[in-house]
Design a protein around this ligand. Structure first.
Ligand SMILES: Cc1ncc(COP(=O)(O)O)c(C=O)c1O
Length: 381
């Protein structure tokens, strides 16, 4: 199986199997970034409409990605941006509870910590399987639980949660806001927010969405946007033109999610490139990408050399595009990383294991190369 988007990436002949850390920027997206740098070299070339057009276009593209209304998409610079907005904007008071998950990625945890100053209780739900399970959530809910926040795919185990089952547990219990961190999933599988049933989804743009670093978005259900007890007054979001000053100053109430965008929303250098990358993914199709990525994951699982143990899930509904493996007693992670590097294969070391995370730019050949470098027999110690 060839990579999707053939000729679309410039990886210097290496097998980049580390999208869980950073997705590669497609060549066409790099051209978009290059064009914006060219404009900045000679600022006469920066059109004034760009300050309105760039956010408008990107919001529309992201809305298509998650099958949402553009008026519910907030443009940010990270996963943390959306979580920080929720932590500060949700009307939580003394004694309310936010449930977080043991072993979740720090970006899912830290944004909620400032709430302790307000007397909000943060409780960690145990996740012995490596991700939040409905039974554990059920047991942890109390009548003061207001928010549950979990990653869709756990960065340190590769395990995926059953989003709909968890949302159902919350719905059965009462008024609970379910916040999904999609950073390790969105771009590697379809993410229709209505089907998922969550109240909010946050994601970075620089992993599975193949955008530049410092990109991210949040989607909030419309009534959740209306409930945010937080306002900001970013001038470019409030005005319709740059050339003339407003005749009066009033915060607009017709902006929807755009009222909460990161400042400098028309990020001339990152957003056009990210928009191009996401548009390319949409052209390929998220179903096609998921099939491709999962076929590569299956190839890793089926071809794992003797002596290696798969520690991430094997089952299709529990696994993700993050594959974790550990060596037996005759090999070490450090040695294997050295062999992989020498073979031109880039993976990550996470939680003491090797993490392999293939995406649409990878091919069967990339996986074959990784598997033969992992085989200790071919590389006696
Ligand atoms: C689950 C998860 N969330 C978030 C992030 C990144 O957070 P941010 O976009 O805020 O830097 C990562 C990895 O870097 C991650 O694995």
């Amino acid at each position: 199986m060839a990579s999707l988007l053939r000729e679309g990436f410039e990886l210097g002949g290496r097998a980049w199997l580390n999208t869980a850390h950073q997705g590669p920027l497609p060549r066409r997206a790099a051209e978009a970034a290059g064009a914006s740098i060219e404009q900045k070299l000679d600022p006469r070339k920066i059109p004034e409409e760009a300050f309105f057009e760039i956010p408008r276009r990107l919001r529309g593209t992201l809305a298509r990605l998650i099958a949402a209304d553009p008026a519910e998409v907030i443009l940010g610079n990270s996963t943390s941006y959306g979580l920080d907005l929720l932590a500060h904007g949700l009307p939580l008071t003394d004694g309310d509870e936010v449930l977080l998950v043991e072993g979740d990625f720090p970006a899912s945890i830290y944004p909620w910590l400032p709430l302790r100053r307000r007397g909000v209780r943060l409780r960690m739900v145990p996740a012995p399987s490596g991700a939040l399970e409905p039974e554990q959530l059920q047991a942890a809910l109390s009548d003061r639980t207001r928010v549950v926040c979990s990653s869709w795919v756990f960065s340190f185990t590769g395990r995926s949660i059953d989003v709909r089952a968890l949302v159902e547990v919350c719905r059965d219990h009462g008024e609970i806001t379910f916040v999904l961190n999609g950073s390790q999933a969105v771009g590697a599988r379809p993410a229709d927010v209505r089907q998922l049933g969550v109240d909010a989804i946050v994601s970075c743009g620089f992993k599975w969405l193949c955008g530049p670093y410092a990109t991210g978005f949040a989607w909030l259900r419309r009534d959740l946007i209306d409930r945010l007890d937080y306002r900001q007054g970013y001038w470019l979001a409030q005005v319709d033109e740059i050339a003339a000053p407003p005749t009066h100053y009033e915060l607009r109430d017709d902006l929807g999610a755009a009222a909460f965008d990161v400042f400098c929303t028309a990020n001339l250098h990152t957003f056009p490139a990210w928009d191009t990358a996401v548009s390319l993914l949409l052209d390929v199709g998220l179903d096609t990408i998921e099939r491709h990525d999962q076929a590569l994951v299956q190839q890793i699982i089926d071809g794992l050399p003797n002596g290696w143990k798969l520690t991430s899930p094997r089952a299709r509904d529990e696994r993700s595009t993050l594959v974790f493996i550990e060596p037996g007693r005759t090999d070490t992670v450090a040695d294997a990383l050295g062999r992989l590097d020498a073979a031109g294969v880039d993976v990550a070391q996470r939680a003491g294991k090797i993490r392999i995370s293939p995406h649409l730019h990878n091919s069967e050949d990339d996986i074959d190369r990784a598997l033969s470098a992992l085989a200790p027999a071919a590389h006696p110690l």
